[in-house]
Design a binder for this molecule. Structure first.
Ligand SMILES: [Zn+2]
Length: 538
């Protein structure tokens, strides 16, 4: 075998997913970013400025899955963080698996695996392409953020145990933790991070992109806090509280990146003469964002600190793997809405409906059809009909759908609803693009509801909560995500062409000369040489 004929691949591929990072956060806080973090990627990598999510719901499980499968819930099956199994008639968490257990845990309760995922990931395809010689790992605070990217053939996925302040895995991957993970956990990184407390990185006046801290009505503080404002004191809290709050602190990102380094070193990733793949997902941006919203000083401060953490991580990769020897892409699993009350206070249409109470809907239907519980559940804005009951009682399903439409047209729910879509009869719902495509792509026959509610812009269902915010809808704030390529064989440049989240996996596959994932519907993004390539904005 001639060495020079060996296929060229990067030593290490890093997928860096920043949970809930909306595209505009690259620019919203741009003035205060340093040159080594986000700006290094933006100016020296290839920036796909208009990357859109092409399915519903825009949530964490489906997002991480789409990035790595190039596919959509209708095919890959991860139809929500939780979805309802239409045949078993029960709700399922996207990575729940009762056949596996947490390793090194005396309770040994059920744990997590990728078994609900119906398609391969690009990480699976790398393993298949190298006859399993490549190593693949997934790391995140959230189990689903580590598991779904790393795929079925992963060496392991690791996630955070907030009761113990350690990283763990399940027996799906191995019966025991590797020695390097035990050593990492023994360092008690979570403890040392929460003993630092959280204060602003810069003087308060510099946070002019955010609502004033102590006067905000749109935020909810950490447990035990009188006001949701700086400084957030965590060093005096009980261990279990600190370990849990760490998920929502900037230090949660640092702990995850420290774990990524421990994995690179423990497994010799990128240093074994094979292409390895490390999927890193930063969950703290999402935990914090839900609690404080995108107009908070907390979110601004977290991104300014994350910018520094990314800079340090890139420097680490330069040294450990080598400049130009690794391929990195940065993206997000979804964006986020503004807090609706913040918009309302500023005369922008928005709202938080009282939750779509199943009880009210079922009472309404019972009044017409003399049957209780005609709707099984409402999840991800989708209504799941109780088909066995409808069949036994000999009811007309089309009439029921009409009645549900009538209920949606009554106040108070009518105020917040733009469309009610009949999933099996899309032609009856005159949806404009891109909503039509997003609904079709999100509809999994056995895991999605029979009807889907599309909210008015600015509205979201967040269990009636008034503070914080959420995501999940088709609107650009939830579906426009950052996507930047950096490193091995990536030219400097940017494109304004619209690309989709489903295009990420086939583009990785093309760069590596491996097969696209088996449910992939995306297209390879061409790295075009254009005038933007010469734009210097350093
Ligand atoms: Zn979220």
């Amino acid at each position: 075998m001639h060495k020079e004929k060996k296929i060229e691949r990067p030593k290490l591929i890093i997928g860096l997913v920043i949970d809930q990072m909306r595209w505009d956060f690259l620019y919203r806080y741009y003035d205060h970013y340093g040159n080594g973090g986000f700006k290094r990627l933006m100016h020296h990598g290839y920036n796909c400025q208009h990357t859109m999510i092409d399915y519903l719901p825009a949530n964490t499980g489906p997002g991480h899955t789409c990035i790595y499968t190039g596919s959509v819930p209708s095919i890959h099956g991860i139809a929500g963080n939780d979805f309802y199994d239409v045949i078993d008639r029960r709700s399922r968490y996207c990575v729940a698996d009762s056949t596996v257990h947490q390793v090194d845990d005396s309770n040994n309760g059920p744990s997590f695996s990728p078994r609900n995922l119906l398609a391969t990931t690009v990480t699976d395809e790398l393993k298949l392409a190298t006859n399993m010689r490549s190593k693949v790992f997934g790391i995140a605070i959230k189990d689903r953020g580590g598991i779904l990217p790393a795929g079925h053939l992963a060496n392991a996925a690791y996630w955070y145990n907030d009761k113990k302040g350690t990283f763990t895995t399940s027996t799906y991957y191995a019966d025991r933790s590797p020695e390097w993970l035990k050593a990492f956990n023994n360092r008690k990184v979570a403890d040392s991070f929460t003993k630092q407390n959280w204060n602003l990185l810069y003087p308060e006046k510099d946070y002019y992109q955010s609502t004033q801290d102590a006067v905000s009505n749109y935020e909810k503080g950490f447990p035990g806090e009188k006001t949701p404002s700086f400084p957030h004191i965590t060093d005096t809290l009980a261990d279990t509280d600190r370990h849990s709050i760490l998920k929502s602190m900037p230090q949660g990102n640092d702990m995850t990146l420290a774990m990524a380094k421990a994995c690179i070193e423990g497994e010799q990733l990128g240093q074994r003469g094979e292409s390895d793949f490390l999927c890193v997902s930063l969950s703290s941006t999402d935990y914090l964002g839900h609690q404080f919203g995108p107009n908070s000083m907390e979110t601004e401060d977290m991104y300014l600190r994350l910018d520094q953490s990314i800079a340090a991580f890139l420097n680490y990769l330069d040294n450990a793997i080598g400049k130009g020897q690794y391929l990195l892409f940065l993206t997000a699993d979804h964006g986020v809405a503004h807090n609706a009350n913040f918009l309302l206070d500023n005369d922008v249409p928005a709202g938080i409906p009282s939750p779509y109470t199943l009880g009210n809907l079922n009472d309404y239907l019972a009044g017409i059809y003399k049957q209780n519980k005609i709707v099984d559940t409402i999840l991800n804005y989708q209504l799941y009909l109780n088909k066995p009951l409808i069949a036994t009682a000999n009811l007309d399903i089309e009439k029921i759908k009409g009645s549900i439409r009538d209920w949606c047209n009554k106040k108070p729910q009518a105020t917040s609803i733009a469309y009610v879509v009949d999933m099996e009869h899309m032609d009856r719902s005159p949806l404009p693009e891109p909503i039509y495509t997003l609904v079709v792509n999100g509809y999994n026959r056995l895991r999605s509801g029979d009807m889907e509610i599309i909210m008015n812009p600015g509205w979201y269902d967040y269990g009636g909560k008034q503070t914080g915010t959420t995501h999940g809808t088709w609107n650009p704030y939830d579906t426009h995500i950052p996507l930047i390529w950096y490193g091995w064989h990536v030219p400097k440049g940017e494109t304004d062409a619209t690309v989709h989240m489903t295009d990420i996996a086939p583009t990785v596959a093309a760069l590596l000369h491996i097969q696209m994932p088996n449910g992939c519907i995306g297209k390879v993004i061409p790295f075009e040489q254009n005038e933007n390539n010469n734009k210097s904005r350093d």
